[in-house]
Write a protein that binds this ligand. Sequence first.
Ligand SMILES: NC(=O)CC(=O)C(=O)O
Length: 257
Amino acid sequence: MRASLIQIDVNPYESVNSRRERVGSLIRELRSSDLVVLPELWTVGAFAYELFADEAETLRGTTARAMSEAARDAGIWLHAGSIPERGEDGALYNTSLVFSPDGELAHSYRKIHRFGFDKGEAVLMGAGSDLVTVPLPDLTLGLATCYDLRFPELFRGLVDAGAHAFVIPAGWPERRRAHWTLLARARAVENQAYVLACGTAGTHAGVPQAGHSVVVDPWGEVLAEAGPGEETLTVDLDPAKVFDIREAFPALKDRVL
Ligand SMILES: NC(=O)CC(=O)C(=O)O
């Protein structure tokens, strides 16, 4: 199973429209992949709080339609990262969208743990509450977003719901890059699952982004890691590795809590 992570540059010199078109073209070049992943809030940048309301969209909005078409044209599963969603209740959410190869919006996930403590996303956006898994032909994905990476109980819940791989779009800042790679590997090892963590590049709202998107295998080994700039990372996953490792080293079966 081939997966590609597009680590998008979210510098504010590019308009949302232009970036959306550019990303659509990048996705269409990845026809040989089975799954393509984008980062968190890539239309606006995860720290551009003042843009969240202005650029918020519904799940049938411009970005969703563009991503649906790109997924269909490329014939791939597309985790289109997250967008600032304007919910039917009028609230904002940090919502990830997953499209099937025929362009259907198959799943959406509202970020559960909001970042910012008493400002930013934590006060501007509502919290999701639902765990979301995505059954693909060869393995099941569990969805999480950025700050969620710090909360292992979410990932255990996803494993209990059948996940073999976690997809984690993010807008992780450079100043906490050491945590990013460490946490990605920890979630992989403790859950014996692949981790596909796709971040952003560039600087927006004065926050340099870490880049360094990473794919970790269920043994905790880093299979591929991006640099700091815009880059597409492509890696072949072996779904059998999850089952083999869980059988050969059955730590998940020894849980007592
Ligand atoms: N931006 C986030 O959601 C999370 C983050 O920055 C962190 O360090 O955690």
